[in-house]
Design a protein around this ligand. Structure first.
Ligand code: UDP
Length: 327
């Protein structure tokens, strides 16, 4: 299929573009490079611009005969969203509407949407299944949930079919080692611990050691970026085959604590990392683990890199080879 990958030059989007090109889809990347990297995608696939620009959407969709959209063009920092909800609702909801309207105008019927575990808020269960209560605790999660709800009504009125994938903690890099995570500033645990192992920062601060978990630190479900991309391919195939609009969780179903992640980076890299034990970060739930049975059963998704060692190993390969990221 001919797929428009919105935000395709970012961390997740660029891995998606690669996954699309493998089985012979066509990928057109629409990215304003506010967060993404030109070097992360094939040069001839990139259209530089904003997904809120209706005229540009019309031009790109018509010129390339776009049949489906994958949407990764979101702001995604929980902390920032607490102080700048305006930015989050503007980018993730208002601009997202412009994208949907562009799809409707140009009769593009399929959307795979990048959603998040943050739509659940403080979990009442572990693992979290799709029927858990949706109660985001920050504007980031709220903006994603608002968009999921909008999708339901665009399906009812305009027949726009969508699958929302609620990611847990995306991590790792393509095993080829030439693309990977490069955020500025970096806030995610695995790249930060790797930077400490590489000597590019002095230590890693552990956010909270008094959680009700076995070692007192937060537990998260880390999912390899290529497994995540593979799930999008399956979602696309399902939509093209007539599937109804829905949402799936995407995680491995096993949780690792912050201290376990640090130990795994030490093992993989063979280097010591200094951990500084600190206070909690506002808004962090103790345990976030996905129940991903539904996507396994309904779409046949199977993670190829379920082990933390492999996830960290691929991330290490990317960061070791590119200590300054794409620069
Ligand atoms: N974390 C940490 N130190 C850091 C960054 C993150 O202890 O410098 C913890 C954070 O509190 C959370 C886990 O690592 O429990 C994963 O955080 P990340 O920001 O990578 O992803 P999130 O779970 O917020 O989406």
């Amino acid at each position: 299929m001919r797929v428009l990958v919105v935000g395709g030059a970012g961390y997740i989007g660029s891995h998606m573009v690669r996954a699309l090109l493998r089985p012979g889809h066509e990928a057109v990347v629409l990215d304003n490079l506010s967060k993404g990297h030109r070097e992360a995608v094939p040069a001839d696939s990139l259209v530089l611009g904003d997904f809120g620009d209706g005229e540009l959407l019309d031009r790109v969709m018509q010129q390339h005969g776009i049949e489906a959209v994958m949407h990764f063009g979101a702001l995604s920092l929980v902390g920032e969203s607490m102080t700048r909800p305006d930015k989050y609702f503007q980018n993730n909801v208002a601009k997202g509407l412009a994208l949907l309207d562009g799809m409707v105008r140009n009769k593009v019927r399929y959307l795979v949407f990048s959603s998040t575990a943050a739509v659940y808020g403080e979990p009442e269960q572990a693992p979290i299944t799709e029927d858990a209560r949706l109660r985001p605790t920050n504007p980031y999660g709220e903006s994603k949930l608002a968009f999921e709800k909008i999708l339901k009504w665009y399906d009812a009125a305009f027949g726009l079919k969508s699958i929302s994938l609620r990611y847990f903690n995306a991590a790792g890099a393509d095993p080829a080692g030439d693309i990977g995570e490069d955020h500025s500033p970096e806030t995610h645990l695995i790249p930060l611990v790797i930077q400490a192992a590489l000597g590019r920062r002095g230590n890693i601060r552990v956010f909270g050691t008094d959680y009700p978990t076995p070692d007192g630190t937060c537990i998260r479900d880390y999912i390899h970026i290529n497994d995540l991309a593979e799930a999008h391919l399956l979602a696309l195939k399902a939509l093209a085959g007539g599937a109804e609009s829905t949402a799936y969780n995407l995680g491995n179903g096993s949780g690792y604590s912050v201290l376990e992640v640090i130990r795994t980076v030490e093992q993989v890299s063979g280097r010591k990392v200094e951990a500084v034990l600190g206070g909690r970060r506002a808004g962090d739930p103790a345990v976030l683990v996905a129940g991903s049975e539904r996507i396994k059963q309904e779409l046949g998704w199977q993670p190829k890199f379920p082990e933390l060692e492999e996830i960290v190993g691929t991330a290490w390969k990317w960061h070791f080879g590119h200590p300054d990221g794409f620069k």
